[in-house]
Write a protein that binds this ligand. Sequence first.
Ligand code: CDP
Ligand code: MG
Length: 157
Amino acid sequence: MFSRSGVSERTFIAIKPDGVQRHLVGEIVRRFERKGFKLVGAVCCVQASEELLKEHYIDLRDRPFYGRLVKYMSSGPVVAMVWQGLDVVRMARTMIGETNPAESKPGTIRGDFCIEVGKNVIHGSDSVESAQKEISLWFHPEELMCWEDAAERWIYE
Ligand code: CDP
Ligand code: MG
């Protein structure tokens, strides 16, 4: 059961400064926890440097909002996390909703808790490859904990 391929997939999730300011940390963690995913790394309330954020969003460097985005992300603490589970990258994106909260369905995090694209409360990796890159950017390997979740036999077939 536990050796099933895909169960060890990981994604990088960050609660953005507006999410922290708006007291959504508990609510967001709760959603991933209740879904059945496993929290394997967390840095609570880290003030990310502009250097780290520029690298994190490097693929968007030519977009007009890049500078504003880096400023927004460094405007306060963020909560950086690594969640693990079957197909977690794709499922987390579904739970998060669309980039623009106005296009996000109710029931998704962005659909429920925010209004504008420039204050969309949460980040989630968009592919397994970017998840690996983002995790190594935000965490040292020894900060990630591989623990046995006793509930796993009730989550996976
Ligand atoms: O976060 P996501 O992967 O859904 O979207 P993205 O296209 O990778 O853009 C990264 C972030 O840039 C978004 O989450 C927004 O915070 C910001 N953004 C923005 O401020 N204005 C836009 N028109 C598009 C994105
Ligand atoms: Mg993205």
